[in-house]
Design a protein around this ligand. Sequence first.
Ligand SMILES: [Zn+2]
Length: 265
Amino acid sequence: MTHHLFSDNAYQTECSATVTAITQQGIVLDRTVFYPLGGGQAGDTGCLVLADGSQITITDTRKGRADDGSFNGQIAHQPMPDMLEQLLNQEHCSSLKLRVGDQVSARIDWARRLRIMRFHTCSHLLCHIVPALVNGCSITPDYARLDFNMTDPLDKAALSAAIAQLVAAAHPVTVGSILDADLDANPALVKSMSVQPPRGSGQIRTIAIGAAATDGAATMAMTLIDLQPCGGTHVANTAEIGQVIVTKIEKKSASSRRVVLGFAP
Ligand SMILES: [Zn+2]
């Protein structure tokens, strides 16, 4: 199992870690700040700094898979293909040494991750603004797109204005959790038809926008903007989203509208 430091603190950019495996899937660490592709959010990039100061560039991060294809709880940090080849055949390569048990420093490309966090939190705002279920999403450092299951047209300027208002209101964004049983009793909390919340531990991670998790039920009802199960990384306040606008709306199919978010020029 790789411990997910990004789940508790999305702002942690670096950690020390121990190499637990080097496989065809990449370099596995006991703990990491690298978010693996999932829930529509892109995997992190960055580098691993070795004890001698040399660096291995990480171009993507994925959840590790067992032979049967199921997730195995590990996180695989993917170097360039030729570098991975060298790491897997180190007996033939004297210049490189990274072994299981070695200590490394794992460092994400923070500027890129922060753009992803801004888009991810903004995509949750969009879930609040657009009264429809999401049936697909992709959150990258350069844009985010959400496909809504709806037939009504959407207005680009109106959506951008609604986003700007929620960003200006500087709503707090908080990580919480909900019991599987409570989620089952409140299926409306799941805004996405394509991404199933991660289950298995009895509780599911949630992202709330607009009300502190410690607020009483009455306050929650008044100030909560959005609450949904999500494993992704988010900014701590909607103000940090900054200048994000709707750049494109596409009619993807008779029952699907695609909204693309981008940074204002
Ligand atoms: Zn999310």
